[in-house]
Design a protein around this ligand. Structure first.
Ligand SMILES: CC(C)(COP(=O)(O)OP(=O)(O)OC[C@H]1O[C@@H](n2cnc3c(N)ncnc32)[C@H](O)[C@@H]1OP(=O)(O)O)[C@@H](O)C(=O)NCCC(=O)NCCS
Length: 186
């Protein structure tokens, strides 16, 4: 999926196993503060398991996950966790290598996912959960017009501490109203 000049989302496949593992391996300190799976990713075989799960999720109609490429370099991952199909709800997760942060890549990528979720998958609700202290992550739903619904206390356990999660959402009805106001590309 082409989303901006020199920037593309490619659906996760086993092709990216080594490049993805290298990106994780060279960004451990940056990622492990907020993501529980980083320390569990010890070898390319672990990345392969993740990719296989993402492929199965997509093939069973539970939502796509993407590698983010800029100028042919793999920068990070974004996508849907397994859809809650009976409630037409999806939730989005994301991360970038440190060198690719601060350029607006993720805001653009998440905007593309939101459009795909509402238009192509006919979702009614999209959620994004961020640790309350993760200001860079929270800036993404806030920039895209998601509503803050509240805080779930000590909702996740990451590297030895419980984190409170801020829950953001956008509804299909709000997306329709927002598309009239948002620029075509961020
Ligand atoms: C969360 C994370 C993806 C945010 O990355 P990011 O680069 O800050 O987010 P964006 O790609 O939206 O870029 C926003 C930054 O780019 C800047 N920017 C430059 N051009 C921009 C553009 N065209 N549009 C939007 N922002 C732009 C913004 O000013 C902002 O910089 P600032 O933080 O200095 O104000 C990244 O910090 C990360 O991977 N963290 C570790 C893993 C993690 O926390 N994942 C989320 C778990 S919920």
């Amino acid at each position: 999926m082409f989303i901006a000049e020199l920037m593309e989302l490619k659906r996760l496949s086993l092709t990216y196993k080594d490049e993805l593992f290298t990106l994780i391996n060279t960004n451990r300190e940056h990622l492990r503060e907020w993501l529980p799976w980083v320390d569990l990713t010890e070898s390319p075989a672990d990345t392969e398991c993740f990719l296989e799960a993402a492929i199965n999720q997509y093939q069973s109609g539970q939502g796509p996950q993407y590698a983010i490429f800029s100028d042919s370099a793999l920068c990070g991952v974004c996508g849907f966790h397994s859809f809650d199909l009976s409630n037409r709800t999806g939730s989005i997760g994301y991360w970038l290598g440190e060198a690719y942060s601060g350029k607006g890549f993720m805001a653009r990528a998440v905007q593309a996912l939101v459009e795909q979720g509402f238009r192509e998958y006919d979702l009614n609700r999209i959620e994004i959960a961020c640790a309350t202290g993760n200001t860079k992550s929270r800036a993404i739903p806030e920039r895209l017009g998601f509503k803050l619904e509240g805080v779930l206390r000590e909702r996740e356990y990451v590297n030895g501490r419980y984190l409170d999660q801020a829950i953001y959402s956008m509804l299909a009805s709000e997306f329709q109203a927002l598309t009239l106001m948002l620029p075509a590309k961020l």
